[in-house]
Design a protein around this ligand. Structure first.
Ligand SMILES: [Zn+2]
Length: 425
């Protein structure tokens, strides 16, 4: 008897579970139009967005609205709540231009958006007289799919795209828990040089080999934090800068949030005790680079580099194209019969690994001066990686080389502690 009852019980349980599953599936399909339908009643007008991008963890957009306004916020709205983001405003002839960030690694941190479905609105005015404007896409950019950084083995997938309802266009953000696809990574580490390209060398020590040792150790250390990490190379091999499987393509394909390119410095002059230099992207907040440099100096025997060229603060450097860099590039192109690269200005980040991995946000371009060479296939991507170039020390400083060879674990700990803090693991 007991067995029969138990059997019936199981059948009823399975039945209830199936019905619940059906209801859940049906509800999630209906939820979207319901959200748009309900929020549709609040719409007072529309405005345009001219760009939307991700750079590292940051989603940002830029657009404009008719008339002069100063009381504007960007909001993410569902049926219960509003998440508010400040805007940077600029009035231009009967039009207000708005954007979410001043610096490229600021603005809307996607890691902090709660799970759910939301619609983007521009909210005008304050409490008593509030108006909601939808966002029309005038950007011709691709929809965004973002995966949050792995924390406690968990990830979320955030999709940002446009949906029509009642002949209006709504910009929608959908954030749900997911299993991270196998080809997606949190961080990419790029051990510079490799194979025939040995980089700097001194007394039989090759930069390419030291970079790889650091890359492998750093990967292991970051993985202990629970991060998913990819190396651009895992052996002493030569890999291309552009094109398939290149240093530049890997971070895009991995949808990485952070890229650390590991190098060792060298100079023609006597560098004494050497020192660390962290190269940053232009127009970025440099707090992560400052922390990297400080942690390295405080936890190893190395010092901040004494080099003053391109220095912006202790151990932090920003190199942009100089007028003479641009002149010599143009001259070289002419000599070799290529089209000169005419997009570089004195405001463009010099190092390709930083510039080319951030997509349009960091000023990537198609390097097609020589059509025989592969070029950056992601040059106009609206998703990019936040990238830094780490010159850990000078290989041609006797004191520094010794530290670089003997204090690798201390360096790696300093870097991985900084990443842990910055990515809020
Ligand atoms: Zn190098």
């Amino acid at each position: 008897m007991k067995k029969v009852f138990f059997g019936v019980f199981v059948i009823v349980l399975v039945g209830v579970a199936l019905i619940l599953m059906g209801v859940t599936v049906k509800r999630s399909q209906e939820e979207h139009p319901t959200l748009l339908m309900r929020l549709n009643n609040r719409v007072d007008g529309s405005c345009n967005i001219t760009s939307y991008t991700t750079y590292g963890r940051f989603f940002n957009l830029e657009g404009n609205i008719d008339g002069e306004h100063d009381d504007i916020a960007l909001i993410l709205k569902d049926e219960e709540k509003e998440i508010e983001y400040e805007l940077v405003l600029e009035n231009r002839e009967d039009m207000t231009v708005f954007k979410t960030n001043k610096l490229i690694n600021q603005g809307i941190n996607l890691e902090n958006v709660p799970v759910g479905k939301y619609v983007f609105f521009i909210r005008l005015g304050s409490e008593e007289e509030v108006k909601y404007y939808t966002l029309n896409d005038k950007s011709q950019m691709k929809n965004i799919t973002y995966y949050t950084i792995t924390k406690n083995s968990k990830n979320k997938e955030i999709k940002i795209d446009f949906e029509d309802y009642d002949s209006k266009s709504f910009m929608v953000l959908n954030n749900e828990e997911t299993k991270l696809p196998s080809n997606i990574y949190d961080v990419v580490i790029d051990p510079g040089h490799g194979g025939k390209d040995v980089g700097a060398n001194k007394n039989g020590q090759y930069e390419s080999k030291i970079n790889l040792e650091y890359g492998l150790k750093l990967k292991e250390s970051l993985e202990k934090l629970g991060l998913k990490v990819k190396l651009t190379r895992e052996t002493d091999e030569s890999i291309p800068n552009y094109g398939e499987g290149s240093r530049v393509s890997v971070p895009y394909e991995a949808k990485a949030k952070l890229l650390l390119s590991i190098h060792q410095n060298s100079a023609i002059y006597n560098v004494g005790d050497g020192g660390v230099e962290i190269y940053v992207p232009n127009h970025a907040d440099n707090s992560f680079a400052e922390m990297l440099a400080t942690n390295i100096v405080e936890n190893t025997s190395t010092i901040y580099s004494g080099n003053v060229a391109n220095k912006i603060s202790k151990g932090v450097y920003l190199r942009k194209f100089s007028k003479s860099d641009i002149a010599s590039m143009t001259k070289e192109a002419k000599q070799k019969g290529y089209e000169p690269y005419d997009k570089a200005t004195t405001d463009t980040t010099y190092y390709y690994i930083i510039r080319e991995t951030g997509g349009i946000v960091s000023g990537a371009y198609v390097d097609d001066r020589n059509s025989d060479n592969p070029w950056n296939i992601y040059y106009n991507s609206n998703h990019g990686c936040e990238s830094y170039l780490l010159e850990l020390g000078f290989i041609n400083s006797t004191t520094n080389l010794e530290i670089l060879l003997n204090e690798q674990d201390k360096y790696v700990k300093a870097i991985s502690d900084s990443v842990k803090y910055y990515l809020e693991i």
